[in-house]
Design a protein around this ligand. Structure first.
Ligand SMILES: Nc1ncnc2c1ncn2[C@@H]1O[C@H](COP(=O)(O)OP(=O)(O)OP(=O)(O)O)[C@@H](O)[C@H]1O
Ligand SMILES: [Mg+2]
Length: 451
């Protein structure tokens, strides 16, 4: 029997070549997941790690049966899923409690849906409440609870049904740092001591350390569309110390993975073909797969370049993050921007400035604008396309709605707006174009002077 088939037999959850494409409002298509195959087997914790927008929540919803894949199959214990997955329960980032019900009633909800009798519901809810450290709060209402306690109710409600697989979507990210750390530790202790009411855990996160802390396997998703970049096994003993060299090495390795540029031919089909100016759509938005602009301001980009230029050696991204008091993940958009602009490369968790990057960091304001302009025109398709469209426009000006319409065909409305805002920020700094917010208009600087 092939490994795949024996795996399929044992797996609680298995996905085969799942894709998901959403229709955009104006008839375009937004590919969100592509070619996802994975399994979750009893006794393991799997972390799905990816940046914002990589499709993590969509993937989790496919597994829960709340969303259907466009193609491919999701199986629960070998059977293709045809509705809600009976073997999973979900903990969300926000607590999703019913405010008019007590803690006890909120926890009982999951059992009610399964048609379990009242007295058994009550007994099992009390057990789950005890297990998760909520005893004494049975008759409290959600509004009386802190964020951490509310999330405990979320956990109790998910665990009371004793699911095969507990699915968690960034369950700690709405909590303050200490509360999150405390709850993580408790959940992991419960898991390790064998009293855990689920056979497997699948946790979605954008936090690398959280993934390494929890998982036996980390599945790294690339962005746009989300596909599996790499799967790493974490064999560190539990409890895991964040400061151990092995832990840090893994975090660095994954950080490097998540920040490296795709290789030629991988994922960036749109990059080479944007010269088709005749087709306005291709001219603005490129091919099916976009070079997505990281949500980074020019100030942030310049700040990070300067920081790493003054650092003695190539900068460890973890150290850089610590210096500026950020989480390592907060640096992603800035690092991505530096790499996209050709100002830096990432090599195994280190940010290495290129010649141009060093020049950019050291230059005075006029020179750094010139360096940025050249890099943006050469390497950032959206900036180049907006600039070119303005050059072709009769009076050097176009309404932003024109660009938004085209971007909307490839991105969700929020993301289209974010893409255009970023391009405007970069293009303005580079003095390639001006933006008149009141008129909702983008123009060439010369056109702005005339106006
Ligand atoms: N129902 C929907 N209709 C259209 N587009 C959607 C829908 N749900 C998600 N998307 C889009 O799919 C992409 C991936 O979204 P998803 O929420 O799965 O990402 P994520 O990795 O969970 O991001 P985050 O880290 O921000 O939670 C986004 O561009 C989002 O706008
Ligand atoms: Mg999400």
């Amino acid at each position: 029997m092939s490994p795949l088939r024996s795996g399929t037999r044992k797996a609680l959850i298995s996905l085969e070549d799942v894709t998901k494409t959403f229709a955009t409002r104006d008839g375009g298509e937004l590919p969100v997941l592509e070619g996802i195959s994975l399994q979750v087997t009893p006794g393991e914790i799997v972390a799905l790690l990816g940046k914002s927008g990589s499709g993590k929540s969509t993937l989790l919803r496919c597994i829960a049966g709340l969303v259907f894949p466009s193609t491919g199959t999701v199986r629960y214990k070998g059977q293709p899923l045809r509705g809600i997955n009976p073997g999973v329960s979900l903990v969300f980032q926000s607590f999703a409690l019913l405010p008019w019900l007590t803690v006890q009633q909120n926890v009982e909800l999951g059992l009610e849906a399964k048609g379990i009798a009242q007295d058994e519901r009550a007994r099992r809810a009390v057990e789950a409440i005890d297990l998760i450290g909520l005893d004494g709060f049975e008759s409290a209402f959600p509004k009386e609870l802190s964020g951490g306690m509310r999330q405990r109710v979320g956990f109790a409600r998910a665990l009371v049904v004793e699911p095969d697989v507990l699915l968690m979507d960034e369950p700690f990210s709405a909590l303050d740092v200490l509360t999150a750390e405390n709850l993580r530790t408790e959940i992991l202790e419960l898991w390790s001591t064998g009293g855990f009411p689920a056979d497997a855990i699948l946790i979605v996160t954008h936090n690398i350390e959280e993934a390494v802390m929890f998982a036996d396997r980390v599945i790294v998703l690339g962005t746009n569309p989300g596909r599996i970049k790499r799967e790493l096994t974490v064999s560190l003993e539990r409890p895991r110390g964040r400061k151990s060299p092995e832990f840090e090495a893994l975090v660095d390795e994954i950080y490097g993975l998540m920040t490296e540029r795709p290789q030629p031919g991988e994922a960036l089909a749109g990059e080479g073909d944007e010269e088709a100016v005749g087709d306005a759509d291709a001219g603005i938005a490129g091919g099916r797969v976009q070079v997505m602009l990281p949500h980074a301001s020019v100030d942030g980009i310049a700040g990070l370049a300067e920081l790493s230029a003054v650092a003695e050696a190539d900068s460890d991204l973890g150290d850089l993050a610590a210096v500026v008091g950020f989480e390592i993940d907060d640096l992603f958009p800035l690092v991505d921007a530096l790499v996209l602009l050709g100002f830096a490369n990432v090599e195994r968790g280190r940010l290495v400035l290129t010649e141009t990057g060093r020049a950019f960091a050291r230059a005075d304001i006029q020179d750094s604008k010139a360096i940025f302009r050249e890099a943006a025109l050469e390497r950032v398709p959206l900036v180049r396309r907006v600039h070119r469209a303005l050059q072709h426009a009769a009076d050097g000006a176009l309404r932003e709605g024109f660009f938004l319409d085209l971007l909307n065909r490839h991105y969700s409305p929020d993301e289209a707006r974010a893409q255009l805002d970023t391009a405007i920020d970069w293009g303005r700094y580079a003095e390639l174009f001006e933006y008149d917010a009141a008129r909702g208009e983008i123009r060439l600087p010369e056109a702005a002077e005339v106006a």
